[in-house]
Design a protein around this ligand. Structure first.
Ligand code: NI
Length: 137
C-alpha cells in the first residue's frame, strides 16, 4: 500500500487489551489492519446516513402458496428496476421461497424498496444489508 502514514494512539490499557482480544478473535494479524477496517466501516456507515449511492442485498423469505404474492413481488421489483442489479430465486422447500436481490442506489431508496417488499402479504422476512460501492473507501 502506498502513502502509509504512521501515527501514535494513546489508549487506556484495559481498552487496548480488549481490542487485542477482539482482533485476535477476528483473525487480524496486526492492529493496523484492524484499525483501518474499523475506520472504513465508520466511513461506509456515513455513506448510508448521508443517503449516498451504495450497494446492498435484500433477502426475502416468503410463502410459496400465498395467492398472488409472486406477482406482487415481481411488480414491486419492476417499479424499482433502476435500483436492482440482479436477483435470484431459490425454492427453499415445498412451502418457502428465498429471494436474493442485489441492489444499488441511494440508501433511502433501497430502504423504501425493502419496506415495500416486507409489507407484501405472505413475506415472512425481508432484510436489507447495505454495503458500499467501494469508490470512496
Ligand atoms: Ni420458489
Amino acid at each position: 500500500m502506498s502513502n502509509l502514514v504512521r501515527f501514535g494512539v494513546s489508549l487506556d490499557n484495559k481498552l487496548l487489551n480488549q481490542f487485542d482480544q477482539l482482533i485476535k478473535q477476528h483473525s487480524y494479524t496486526n492492529r493496523s489492519n484492524a484499525i483501518a477496517d474499523i475506520i472504513r466501516d465508520k466511513l461506509i456507515e456515513q455513506e448510508w446516513l448521508s443517503n449516498e449511492v451504495v450497494t446492498g442485498v435484500v433477502t426475502i423469505v416468503f410463502d410459496h402458496h400465498q395467492r398472488d404474492l409472486t406477482n406482487s413481488l415481481t411488480n414491486i421489483q419492476h417499479d424499482h428496476h433502476e435500483l436492482i442489479i440482479s436477483s435470484q430465486h431459490i425454492h427453499l422447500d415445498h412451502d418457502n421461497c428465498y429471494e436474493i436481490i442485489v441492489v444499488k442506489g441511494r440508501a433511502n431508496e433501497l430502504n423504501k424498496l425493502c419496506d415495500r417488499l416486507k409489507a407484501a402479504k405472505g413475506v415472512k422476512h425481508a432484510k436489507l444489508s447495505l454495503a458500499t460501492t467501494g469508490e470512496k473507501v
